[in-house]
Design a protein around this ligand. Structure first.
Ligand code: B3K
Ligand code: ZN
Length: 852
C-alpha cells in the first residue's frame, strides 16, 4: 500500500484532552458559519496541537482570546497545526470560526442539505468538514450546541436547554467522540411518544419527518419502544437522556446513524405503510431502529479507540440487533436469514480480492471498511464467543464490560480480556478470528466401528491478500446424533476443534447414528462432507430436529441439483431434490415462514460461488437457465400441493406486519413462483391485481416481469406510485433485477434516462445499479455491456459522492470466478476507472484492491 495508508501499529494517544466543546452554528445554505470554542488540557507538554479540518474556510483562530498570527500555525488541506510555542502551558481555550457551504456538499458527509433540510453525517470522519477538531474516536468530550437559523425545527445531540425564535441550544452531558455529533434543521413534523425507563426516567420520543409523512411513522415508533424495552430486559441497559430524537432524510449514504440522542435515518428505514412497504421493509425498519438504539451503549457510551476497532461496536451491535429480531419474531427463521446474508455478502467478500480481517490493520479510506466482514462476521464472532464460554460466563463478561469500560474508547483486546476474566479461559487462539481474514473450510467425515462412532474434522483457510499462511482456529461445532428412524440418539453438544485435524468419538450408541453437524452454523466456516449422499441430505431435510440444519440440508440438495443442471446434466439428476421438496410440501408440521424459506431456490450468485469453490468456472447464463428449468420441473411435479398451499394461506382482514402474517404472504409468493412457471403468469396477474399491500404487489410484479408479462402491470404500478419516492426505488430495482438477462443492461440504460432517475440520490442510484448487479446473468452478459454501463455510472458518481461510488464497486469483486474473457472485460473496466484523473481516495483504494 501507499504512504497514505493508515496503520494500526502507528496508533498513538492524542496528547491533549478536550474538556468541553461549545459550538455555534449560523446556518445559511452557501455560507454557514461555525464557531467552535474548545477547552483543552495538554496531557503531555511539548506537542503541537493538531486539528483535522477539510474544505473549511478559516475566518479566525484565537487562543485564550488572543488572535493567532501567521507564524503560530500551519494550515493545510487536511488540517490546522498550532506550534507548541504558541500554546499556553496548562488548560486553554481555542476559538475558531469557519465557513462552509452545506448546499454544495454532494458527498453527503459533514453538514449537507437534503430537500431544503440541513443534516449531518459525521461517522467516520465527517466532523472535520464542519470545524477544526481532533476528529478521532478516542477524543471524547461533552458538547454544547447553539443553532441559529430560519428553520422551524433545530435539533442536536443531548437534552434541549433553551430555545427562542430562530435559535435553539442543546447540551449533551455524555462525553462523546466527534463522529457522534449531529445537527438537523428544517421544516419537520414530529410524531411523538414517551417511554419510562426501568430507572424511572421519563423520555420524550420524537420521530421527525417531512410534512405528509406523519402517517407512516407509527411502526417506527413502536419499534423504538420495543427496542428500549428489550435492551432493558435482556441487557440491563437503560436510556440516559431526557429525549430521544430520530429524523428521516431522503438523501443518505447508508441505512442510519446512531448519533447520541439524535439518530438520523434513511427515510426508507423509517416510513412504512401497508400500501408502500413490504414485510421485509417492516422487518428491516425494526432491526435498524433497534441497531441504532442499541449503539447507545455499544458504540456511544463505550466507543472505539481507533477505526481499526470498528467491529467492537458494529459486530457487537449487529449481534444485539439480530438477537432482538430473533426474540421478537421467529428465532429459527431469523437465523436462516442471517446465514443466507452472511454467505451471500461476507463469504463472497472473504473469498475475493477485498478479503480483510474483522479487525483490519491497515486502510486508506476507512469508509471502505464498513463491510460485511466487520459487521456480519463481527457479529458471528460474538455468537461464537458465547458458545465457547457458555451462557453464565457470557453474562458475567457482559456486565464486566460495561462496569469496566463505560465512558471509554476501547479495543478488541479490552473486549476479549473481560471474557477471559469472566470465563478463566485463554482466548489467544480465538483472537485469530479477529486478525486473520478468510473463511475456513471445514471438512468432516464419519466412521462406525465396534459400537463406536467417530467424527473427524479437518480445517484449512486459503491465503487472502497480505496473509499467505493461516494457523488453525478454534471452531465450536454444534453436533447432534440422530436415530435412523427419527429422534435424537445423542442430544446437541458443542465440540471444540482447535487443531488442523481432530477426531471426536461417541460410545454407547445402539446403532449407527446420522450426524447433524454445525447446527445453526455455529461458526462462520464452509462445511463440506468428505463423502455425502443425497440420501443423507434428504434424511436431514425430512427429520433433523434442528430447523436450521433441516433447511440447510434442503438448500444443499437444491444447490447440487442446480449445479448439475447448469453443467448440462440430464433433468433426472434433480430427482432427489424434487422428491424431497414434495415431502416437505406434504409435511403439515412446518410453519409458513420456515416452509417458505425451504421452498425458495438458491440465487444465481450462490450457485456461481459454489461451482467456483469446486474448481468449476460458472456460466451465469447456464445457471439462470438451470434455475428456470428447475422451477418449472418443481411446479410440474407438485402443482396440486402448491396450489393447495397457495389457497390455504390466503389472509383476510386487516393488514398486520407481524411475523405470523408475513410468513403466510411469503409462503404464498413462494408457491406462486412455481405456479407462474406453469401458467405463464395468469395467477400472478390476479395476485397483483388483488393485492392490498406492497409485499403482494411487488412480489407478483417481479414474477410477471421475469415471465415477460410485466409491461402492463408495471405501467399500472408506475402510474399509481410515481409520486412516492420510496416505492419508485422499488420499481427501478424490480424493472432491472427481474428483467430477462438478455435485455437487462439495455433496460438499465433506458431507465437511466428516465426523468425520475435522480442519480444524485443514493437510494435511487442503488436501486438501478443494485438491480442490475442482482440480475447476475444480465450483469455478466458475455458482451460486457453490463460491466460497461455499471462502470460508466461509477465514474459519473465518483466526483460527487465518492462513498457511494466506492461502495457500489463491490459488484465487481467476484471477477476471478469467471472465464478469461469476462475476467478481461471486468478488469478492463476497473482499470479504466482506476486510471481516471482526480479519482477519489475512496474509489481508487477500491479499484486498486479489486485489481489486486
Ligand atoms: N455507524 C453507522 C455507519 C456509518 C458509516 C460511515 N461510512 C451506522 C451503523 O452501523 O449503525
Ligand atoms: Zn452500527
Amino acid at each position: 500500500m501507499t504512504d497514505s495508508t493508515i496503520r494500526l501499529s502507528d496508533y498513538r494517544p492524542y496528547p491533549f484532552e478536550i474538556d468541553q466543546v461549545e459550538l455555534r452554528f449560523c446556518l445559511a445554505p452557501q455560507a454557514t458559519r461555525v464557531h467552535a470554542r474548545l477547552t483543552i488540557s495538554p496531557s503531555e507538554a511539548g506537542h503541537p496541537l493538531r486539528l483535522d479540518g477539510e474544505e473549511l474556510r478559516l475566518i479566525s483562530a484565537r487562543i485564550d482570546g488572543a488572535a493567532l498570527t501567521g507564524s503560530d500555525y500551519l494550515l493545510s488541506k487536511t488540517g490546522l497545526t498550532i506550534h507548541p510555542a504558541a500554546l499556553p502551558e496548562g488548560r486553554f481555550t481555542l476559538e475558531t470560526e469557519v465557513e462552509i457551504a452545506p448546499e454544495s456538499n454532494t458527498a453527503l458527509e459533514g453538514l449537507y442539505m437534503s430537500k431544503g433540510m440541513y443534516c449531518t453525517q459525521c461517522e467516520a470522519e465527517g466532523f472535520r468538514k464542519i470545524t477544526f477538531y481532533p476528529d478521532r474516536p478516542d477524543v471524547m468530550a461533552p458538547f454544547r450546541v447553539r443553532i441559529e437559523g430560519a428553520q422551524p425545527v433545530l435539533l442536536s445531540n443531548g437534552n434541549p436547554v433553551a430555545s427562542g425564535d430562530g435559535w435553539a441550544e442543546w447540551d449533551d452531558p455524555w462525553p462523546k467522540p466527534a463522529y457522534l455529533f449531529a445537527l438537523v434543521a428544517g421544516d419537520l413534523r414530529e410524531v411523538a411518544g414517551e417511554f419510562t425507563t426501568m430507572e424511572g426516567r421519563k423520555v420524550h420520543l420524537g420521530i421527525w419527518v417531512r410534512e405528509g409523512d406523519e402517517d407512516r411513522c407509527d411502526f417506527a415508533l413502536e419499534a423504538l419502544i420495543r427496542s428500549m424495552e428489550w435492551d432493558e430486559a435482556v441487557w440491563g441497559r437503560a436510556y440516559d437522556l431526557d429525549i430521544f430524537n430520530l429524523v428521516a432524510v431522503d438523501d443518505f449514504n447508508m441505512g442510519a446513524m446512531e448519533n447520541k440522542g439524535l439518530n438520523i435515518f434513511n427515510s426508507k428505514l423509517v416510513l412504512a405503510s401497508p400500501e408502500t412497504a413490504t414485510d421485509l421493509d417492516y422487518e428491516r425498519i425494526e432491526a435498524v431502529i433497534g441497531h441504532e438504539y442499541f449503539h447507545n451503549w455499544t458504540g456511544n457510551r463505550i466507543t472505539c479507540r481507533d477505526w481499526f476497532q470498528l467491529c467492537l461496536k458494529e459486530g457487537l451491535t449487529v449481534y444485539r440487533d439480530q438477537s432482538f429480531t430473533a426474540d421478537v419474531r421467529k428465532g429459527a427463521v431469523k437465523r436462516i436469514d442471517d446465514v443466507m446474508a452472511l454467505r451471500a455478502r461476507q463469504f463472497r467478500e472473504d473469498q475475493g480480492p477485498l478479503a480483510h480481517p474483522v479487525r483490519p490493520d491497515a486502510y486508506i479510506e476507512i469508509n471502505n471498511f464498513y463491510t460485511a466482514t466487520v459487521y456480519e462476521k463481527g457479529a458471528e464472532l460474538i455468537g461464537m464467543l458465547r458458545t465457547l464460554i457458555g451462557d453464565a460466563a457470557w453474562e458475567r463478561g457482559k456486565s464486566l464490560y460495561f462496569d469496566r469500560h463505560d465512558g471509554q474508547a476501547c479495543t478488541i483486546e479490552d473486549w476479549l480480556s473481560v471474557f477471559e476474566a469472566a470465563s478463566g479461559r485463554d482466548l489467544a487462539q480465538f483472537k485469530r478470528w479477529y486478525t486473520d481474514a478468510g473463511t475456513p473450510r471445514l471438512i468432516w467425515s464419519e466412521s462406525w466401528q465396534d459400537g463406536r462412532f467417530t467424527l473427524t474434522f479437518r480445517q484449512s483457510t486459503a491465503p487472502t491478500p497480505g496473509q499467505p499462511d493461516k494457523a488453525p482456529r478454534v471452531i465450536p461445532i454444534r453436533v447432534a446424533l440422530l436415530r435412523a428412524n427419527g429422534g435424537e440418539a445423542l442430544p446437541e453438544q458443542v465440540l471444540e476443534l482447535t487443531e488442523a485435524r481432530q477426531s471426536f468419538t461417541f460410545d454407547g450408541l445402539a446403532a449407527r447414528p446420522v450426524p447433524s453437524v454445525l447446527r445453526g452454523l455455529s461458526a462462520p466456516v464452509m462445511l463440506e462432507a468428505e463423502a455425502d449422499t443425497p440420501d443423507h441430505r434428504a434424511f436431514l431435510f425430512a427429520h433433523d430436529t434442528d430447523p436450521f440444519n433441516r433447511w440447510e440440508a434442503g438448500r444443499a440438495l437444491a444447490r447440487e441439483a442446480l449445479e448439475a443442471l447448469a453443467q448440462g446434466a440430464a433433468p433426472s439428476t434433480a430427482r432427489p431434490f424434487i422428491d424431497a421438496f414434495g415431502a416437505l410440501l406434504a409435511d403439515p408440521a412446518p410453519e409458513p415462514s420456515f416452509r417458505a424459506l425451504c421452498l425458495a431456490l438458491p440465487g444465481d450468485d450462490e450457485i456461481g460461488k459454489s461451482l467456483f469453490d469446486k474448481g468449476i468456472t460458472p456460466d451465469p447464463q447456464a445457471i439462470h437457465a438451470a434455475r428456470m428449468a428447475l422451477t418449472r420441473a418443481l411446479g410440474e411435479a407438485h402443482e396440486p400441493a402448491l396450489t393447495r398451499l397457495y389457497a390455504d394461506n390466503a389472509l383476510d382482514g386487516a393488514f398486520s406486519p407481524a411475523a405470523e402474517d408475513a410468513g403466510k404472504r411469503a409462503l404464498r409468493l413462494a408457491c406462486l413462483r412455481y405456479l407462474t412457471a406453469l401458467d405463464g403468469g395468469a395467477l400472478a396477474l390476479a395476485h397483483f391485481e388483488a393485492a392490498t399491500n406492497m409485499t403482494d404487489q411487488i412480489g407478483a410484479l417481479g414474477l410477471l416481469i421475469a415471465a415477460g408479462k410485466g409491461a402492463a402491470p408495471s405501467a399500472a404500478f408506475y402510474e399509481r406510485f410515481k409520486g412516492d419516492r420510496l416505492v419508485m426505488d422499488k420499481w427501478f430495482m424490480a424493472e432491472v433485477a427481474y428483467a430477462p438477462p438478455e435485455t437487462a443492461p439495455e433496460r438499465a440504460a433506458e431507465l437511466a434516462a428516465h426523468p425520475l432517475f435522480d442519480w444524485k440520490n443514493p437510494n435511487r442510484f442503488r436501486a438501478l445499479l443494485g438491480g442490475l448487479a442482482a440480475n447476475q446473468a444480465g450483469f455478466h452478459r458475455a458482451d460486457g455491456a453490463g460491466y460497461r454501463f455499471y462502470a460508466d455510472w461509477l465514474i459519473r458518481l465518483d466526483p460527487l459522492n465518492p462513498q457511494t461510488a466506492a461502495r457500489m464497486s463491490t459488484a465487481f469483486e467476484t471477477w476471478a470466478r469467471f472465464d478469461a474473457d469476462r475476467q478481461a472485460k471486468i478488469r478492463a473496466e476497473l482499470h479504466r476507472i482506476s486510471t481516471l484523473e482526480g479519482l477519489s481516495r475512496d474509489l481508487s483504494e477500491m479499484t486498486a484492491r479489486l485489481l489486486g
